[in-house]
Design a protein around this ligand. Structure first.
Ligand code: PA5
Length: 328
């Protein structure tokens, strides 16, 4: 895949989202009986789906608890009252496969993948079931399909009103907003700096996505800080930072009624640049943020003359991990 087709895939995100709505609503899995917790597990571009649902859980009320695990192990016992949603675009991520092995006999399992070991293992371990994603993409390019497929699955099986098919279809208009001006302004403001993205719930997943897109696509290091926690530690050292950093506050309209955000703004005042998320509801605001993040990172990759498609260090890490596992 070259740089141009990478961008074209992002331009077609709405159709991937629609595909996700249809696929997630079609898949047949045994989901009777009570589910008390949903645990999302996955890494990087796939695992961020768990952060999306955590943001939703900070605003809407789900009929179960939501957890997001980024690693190879769920640090508590799981049972048949837990649904573990394993997210791996490739289906071959070691950390996610390790969680599959941990939970396959005790919890309900839904695999969300385009193939790999995760698909074969879940097919061979009924009642584990799977949502199959479009093939031939990168995890970070398939974000809308993953998000909407899982949302549609949850809506169909648990009757969640704020994720109904109508609500999901109506949120697709967020993919049609023209972001060119915001993208250029933000990219120009970030270029040449180390950005620090501050956010509060329910927008933390957008800050995380910005950090990851800037790293993977633009090869720019940035960091994220979550309000209010960062106000109890990080802010003490911000004054002393000598490097070329810049602070961005990532926020939608629910952030501005938040007392912690108000105190944050009073302390940092005019040292903050804002990344404002537009949308009629939270899902639309988050989609707006993920699109903005993707396009800003592409703009920055072209300003820095780097290839957004290649992720050589991540690939090397995966190969080393595989080798270490095979040797042990
Ligand atoms: O965006 C990426 O390419 C990475 O962050 C991957 O998502 C991560 O390495 C996990 O791979 P996968 O999504 O295939 O499980």
């Amino acid at each position: 895949m070259d740089e141009r087709s990478f961008r074209e895939h992002i331009d077609r995100w709405e159709s991937l989202a629609l595909n996700g709505i249809n696929e997630g609503g079609k898949v047949e899995c045994e989901m009777d009986g009570r589910i008390k917790r949903i645990i999302f597990a996955g890494m990087g571009g796939s695992g961020i789906v768990g952060d999306f649902f955590l943001d939703l859980a900070h605003h809407y009320s789900f009929p179960f608890d939501i957890y997001s695990v980024k690693g190879d192990y769920i640090p508590f016992p799981v049972s048949s009252e837990d649904l573990v949603v394993l997210l791996s675009y490739s289906g071959d991520t070691m950390e996610t496969l390790s969680i599959f092995n941990q939970v396959r006999e005790t919890a309900r399992v839904l695999a969300v993948t385009s193939g790999g070991m995760l698909l074969s293992l879940s097919m061979a371990s009924p009642p584990a079931c799977a949502i199959k994603l479009s093939k031939g993409l990168f995890p970070r390019l398939d974000l809308p399909e993953m998000l909407y497929a899982v949302s549609s699955f949850l809506s169909k099986n648990f009757g969640i009103r704020f994720l109904s098919r109508e609500r999901l279809l109506s949120s697709l208009s967020a993919f049609r907003l023209d972001l060119r001006e915001e993208v250029l302004n933000a990219a120009r403001s970030i270029f040449g700096y180390f950005p620090i993205f501050f956010a509060s719930r329910p927008y933390a997943s957008v800050a995380l996505r910005l950090k990851n897109d800037l790293s993977e696509n633009s090869k720019i290091y940035s960091s994220i800080e979550i309000i209010p926690e960062a106000m109890h530690n990080t802010i003490e050292s911000l004054w002393k930072l000598r490097n070329n950093h810049k602070i961005f506050f990532v926020a939608g309209r629910h952030a501005f009624g938040d007392i912690f955000v108000r105190a944050f703004s009073e302390v940092l005042g005019d040292r903050i640049d804002k990344v404002l998320l537009r949308g009629d509801d939270l899902i639309s605001e988050l989609i707006y943020g993920y699109r903005l993040s993707a396009y800003i990172s592409l703009e920055l990759s072209s300003l820095s003359k780097v290839n957004p498609v290649k992720t050589e260090a991540i690939d090397r890490y995966k190969m080393s991990l595989k080798k270490i596992l095979e040797e042990n």
